[in-house]
Design a protein around this ligand. Sequence first.
Ligand code: MLT
Length: 259
Amino acid sequence: MQTEVNSITLNYRDQGQGTPLLLVHAFPLSGTMWQPQIDVLSEQFRVIAPDLRGFGKSAVPPGPYAMEIFADDLAGLLDTLNIERVVLGGLSMGGYIAFAFWRKYATRVQALVLSDTRANADTEEGKAGRETNAQIAEAQGPGAIADQMLPKLLATNASPELQAQVRGIIERNSPQGIAGALRGMALRPDSTGLLPQISVPTLFLVGMEDTLTTPDVMREMQTAVPNSRLVEIPGAAHVASLENPAAFNTALSEFLRTL
Ligand code: MLT
């Protein structure tokens, strides 16, 4: 489905009924990554999974895409769908966007699901790396970014099918969209100070083999959020939702049933 939000076209999936769950995808993927959650969780909940601006079948306006801009797009999408409050779930960059959304639209958040993400901002070295990668994306295309990221996104023993699936999602994105998000992530503020202020139930999920946002980093974040719990997903690295959907979905649906 498609709608106009903040003067751009956003593509999104909207399936099921009940408590609305808005799932925000990782970099450099698209809403397609949430298909295993949509398939199962939409039997009990309303699952909404947009392609963020610059990704999937959404428009690719000029960047950089600050996390706040993505958050504004999500709020606009909820307005279009006449939804006041949601359970907001984000994986990695989706988590950075969830923090931006919380900063601006906390009253619209019923609960949070933060998966394989972190609260801190990029270091100076990290920011420089983002710019290098943005230029690589622009010069060489998404395939070069896929080569670089796949070993970090998935566990070392990920099946060739899963690797091909994730590569396909990345390669269907545009160089401009990837560069816009990279430059936007570099701009994001530190959200560590926000953690103790999160007043809604929060579920943390992390792949046990995640080397980008490790279980240690996630545990530290979780202890700072008052009403929270953490579930570690076995057999998964950074994109835990795709690598072990059964464990991810079980943890998520158990959490949703407690709300
Ligand atoms: C992601 O999975 O969204 C990225 O690893 C986030 C990042 O590059 O910081």
